[in-house]
Design a protein around this ligand. Structure first.
Ligand code: B12
Length: 216
């Protein structure tokens, strides 16, 4: 247990430092030590990016640091993904996720996608700047339970309202739980446009979704 915690701390340090090579090597160390990849992702890689995000919010670091940390996280997680056993676990539901039309920011969206995947959801990531109607097309094609969209700009957040409108116009609003997030939006906006869920961060997103889907 101590060995694991020590390894997690090394992972956190490597990601925070944006040291991609070490982050990748430590993923190999995880595999060799027989530690479940899922655990290392949650307690190492995603914990690290959370720390970097918090630092950014407190203005203790800048965009380049966030970007290299995200890259280091991606490298480590990529390495571990091959070892995730995708067996017996029943999916908790299918999520179609995207950065909304007009928005190229995807670091936060990627973290949310990763966390949901780690928690047992089937996640279809459509990428960034995804047209509203394409999001809906994919959600229908995948028979998704949840549509999750991210917006970091006041210009692109409007397309979340359009997404809801289009769902209503296309007669399929009731088929999906719509989750929104990203620094541009908040709970009040969520309620105003008639989305189902807002969360400040990826951990809260998972928790709230869990609660919401259970009630349904
Ligand atoms: C990094 C960054 C970039 C990078 C993006 C790289 C990438 N691959 O994503 C680059 C340099 C490319 C970039 C470009 C631009 N950017 Co920029 N960028 C940022 C910055 C500094 C950080 C964003 C970030 O990654 N944060 C870290 C992540 C982890 O946090 P997060 O995204 O909020 O995600 C968390 C939560 O919000 C939540 N969450 C996120 N998504 C979702 C989804 C769901 C469903 C849920 C439940 C939760 C959830 O969980 C996440 C994890 O905890 C912000 C500043 C800021 N305060 O946000 C500006 C910012 C968002 N950018 C801004 C702007 C203006 C731009 C540009 C237009 C700049 C330009 N003139 O070219 C372009 C935009 C191009 C476009 N069309 O999108 C403005 C937006 C202003 C506004 N209010 O509209 C900001 C706020 C900076 C500022 N203060 O002016 N940017």
């Amino acid at each position: 247990v101590e060995q694991r915690e020590a390894l997690y701390q090394q992972i956190v340090a490597s990601v925070v430092a944006g040291d991609t090579q070490t982050a990748r090597q430590l993923a190999q160390a995880v595999v060799e030590a027989g530690i479940p990849p899922r655990e290392a992702i949650v307690h190492g890689y995603t914990r690290a990016i959370q720390i970097v995000g918090d630092r950014y919010d407190r203005r203790e670091c800048f965009v380049p640091e966030v970007l290299v940390a995200a890259e280091a996280m991606r490298a480590g997680v990529q390495e571990l993904k091959g070892y995730l056993e995708d067996g017996d676990e029943v999916s908790k539901g299918t999520v179609v996720i995207a950065s909304i039309e007009g928005d190229l920011h995807d670091i936060g969206k990627n973290i949310v996608a990763l966390m949901l995947e780690m928690q047992g959801y089937r996640v279809h990531d459509l990428g960034r700047d995804v047209p509203v109607d394409r999001v809906i097309d994919e959600a229908q094609a995948q028979q998704a339970d949840v549509i999750a969209v991210s917006a970091l700009m006041t210009t692109s957040m409007k397309n979340m309202a359009r997404l809801i409108e289009r769902l209503v116009e296309r007669g399929c609003r009731e088929q999906f739980t719509v989750a929104i997030g990203g620094a541009a939006v908040n709970q009040a906006y969520c309620e105003r446009i008639g989305a189902d869920l807002f969360a400040h961060n990826a951990v809260e997103a998972v928790r709230r979704l869990e609660r919401l889907l259970k009630v349904d």
